[in-house]
Every structure is written in C-alpha cells, then in structure tokens.
Design a protein around this ligand. Structure first.
Ligand code: PEP
Ligand code: MN
Length: 334
C-alpha cells in the first residue's frame, strides 16, 4: 500500500504509471487522500525506491483484509475531531442526547443537561430507522434545524443518523458528524456516500455483524478517502432476552488490536435497560473504549422513541460522576 501526501494527485498518477510499467497491478483507492494498492508481493528494494518518490508518504506491505482500517504495530489510534471532542486522543468522549429529536423544548432540555454534565457531542435522531412503519419516523429536516440551533446555543457538536442519500444530503448541511446505524452497516452504497461527504462518521456495528464484517464496512468509508471514522459497539443479537442486545465488550479490545480507528460503546442500545447503562459505561471505559454514547431525555416517560432505555438528567449526572472516577483512575480525562 502506498499512501500519498494529500495534495499530490499528479504524482499519484505518475507512481501508478511506474508500477504498471513494472507489471504491477496498481489501483487508486479513494478521492481526497489518495492511495495506491498493489496486490502482488514486491521486493524490499522496490519498496525503498517507491518510498523515496516525492509525494509518497509511506509504503507498507499489508496482509489480511483490513487494508486501510488495520493497525500496524507502530500505528497510533486515529484521532477524530468533532467540535471540541478529540475521539481517540486518550480522552473519554461522551456523546449524549435523545434517541430522536421531538421538539425544541425536548432537545434543548436534553442538550443543556448533558452539556452541564460534561458531554461534548449531542446525539439526536432526525431520520429514524424504525422497526415498524407506524412508529414515529423522525422530524427530518426540521429536526436537523433544531440540532443546529441547539448546538449553537449550548456549544455542543452534533451527530445524527443518515439512512439514505436523501437524509445524507440534508444532514451534511446541519450536523458535525454522520451516524450509520446498525441496520445500515452493510448498506454499501450509503457507506460509499458517507465516505465522500467530508464529515466524520460514527459507524455502528450491525446487530448480527462479525468484527470482520464491521471493519470491512469501515473499509468502504476509508476507501473513499475519509479516515475520520469512529466505530461503535452497540450490542449484538444473542439468545438472551433480558437485555435488548448483548454488549460485546471484548470487541473494544479486539478492535484496539486490529485497527487504528477509535471505538466507543453504546450501553443504551446494547442493554435496553436503564439500570445497566451506568455499570456498562464504567466497564466500557475500563476496557479502553474511547468514549460512550448514551440516550438522555428530559422526560423519558414521554419519549416518542426508546423512552424505556433513556436516562433522565439526574441519572445521567450520576453516570458521569461514576465514569469520571474510572477515567481518572486510568489517567484519562473526560
Ligand atoms: C440510534 O442510535 O438511534 C440507533 C437507532 O441505534 P442502532 O443503529 O445501534 O440500533
Ligand atoms: Mn434509540
């Protein structure tokens, strides 16, 4: 794999030509940040020659399927900046807010509560992928307008889920980060489109996805030239019915070993039970997660979506106190 400097597109063409003239199969991957992949093994002398070409940032032999998302021993975690948050920098980034944006009053209430408690990013679904077509489907563009308004008011950055090209087109105008939900983790056209959208992406694990499938989904985004991807473990389907899903905490350490991408945990969708959200948040931080994403509603009993698993501001505050203790014990800040 040859990683080119950002603004060296002419040189990239030149390198590709050199490789082809040597009988190697060079392929350009991505748009903005440009990469060349070579499928065959090349000898060490050629690697040095390629590394010396102006415009080439680094040359690496890559084994396995995770060409762009994989971690080489010398790699640090990629830092994804969203507003004041630097996900992957060592801080514990907290994303919180309602499952769905329902009204200005509801969103502002949630945003003020989570900002005061120390969250840096506001979550809020505006295009909701609901199991039933008769359930609340989200406020769509009006919800996005409210996200932008409330963000300006509270100083929080924002993330919302996109479910297709139409919602993506609208969301890029209003929010700082795009979420691809569990149900769309293998919507490859959507992954390609968010890869081209020029915004950081929160990629949730499909509810029945293996780690390999999940990282291959990330590859689709990275291959478009966007390396600002944060993975999110949100629980997987098992035979257990007491919890909404089963939180796979081992995924956090696994991903840390396999990939340079940051990973956060969603204890709300992983458990579906408010009493488990704080303990699983503490465990996620202890396991090395780069952050958590938690559903918070000013009045959970009135929520139009996922009220049962939403924390009220008081419970969220308690969670933050607990999480800060674990973070500090590990020498990390929130
Ligand atoms: C969500 O975060 O609002 C959501 C729908 O989660 P998931 O895609 O993990 O089910
Ligand atoms: Mn939800």
């Amino acid at each position: 794999m040859i990683v080119m400097e950002t603004d060296s597109s002419e040189r990239t063409t030149e390198v590709s030509r050199v490789l082809r003239s040597l009988g190697l199969n060079a392929r350009l991957v991505g748009s903005g940040r440009i990469l060349c992949t070579v499928q065959e093994r090349v000898d060490a002398g050629l690697l040095d020659t390629l590394a010396a070409i102006p415009g080439v940032r680094l040359v690496r032999q890559v084994g396995g399927p995770f060409i762009l998302s994989g971690r080489a021993p010398e790699d640090r975690t990629t830092v994804v900046r969203v507003g004041r948050a630097a996900i992957g920098s060592g801080e514990v980034t907290v994303i919180a807010g309602p499952c769905a944006v329902e009204s200005r009053e509801q969103l502002l209430g949630a945003a003020q509560a989570v900002a005061v408690a120390g969250a840096k990013i506001l979550r809020g679904g505006t295009y909701k992928p609901r199991t039933s077509p008769y359930s609340f489907q989200g406020m769509e563009r009006r919800g996005l307008e409210l996200m932008a308004e409330v963000a300006a008011h509270t100083g929080l950055a924002t993330v919302t889920e996109v479910i297709d090209e139409r919602s993506l087109e609208a969301a890029v105008e209003y929010v700082d980060m795009l979420q691809v939900g569990s149900r769309n983790m293998q919507n490859f056209q959507l992954l390609r489109a968010v890869g081209r959208a020029g915004k950081p992406v929160l990629l949730k694990r499909g509810m029945s996805a293996t780690i390999e499938e999940w990282l291959m989904a990330a590859e689709y985004i990275l291959a478009e030239g966007n390396d600002q991807v944060v993975l999110c473990e949100r629980g997987i389907r098992t035979f257990e019915t007491y919890t909404r899903n089963t939180l796979d905490l081992s995924a956090v350490s696994l991903i840390k070993n396999l990939s340079h991408l940051p990973i956060i945990v969603d204890p709300s969708h992983a458990t579906g039970r408010p009493e488990l959200i704080a303990p699983m948040s503490r465990a996620a931080v202890a396991a090395g997660a780069d952050g958590i994403i938690v559903e918070v509603h000013p009045y959970p009993e009135r929520a139009l979506c996922d009220g049962k698993q939403s924390l009220d501001p008081v419970a969220f505050n308690r969670l933050m106190v607990d999480v800060k203790i674990v973070a500090r014990a590990l020498g990390r800040e929130i």
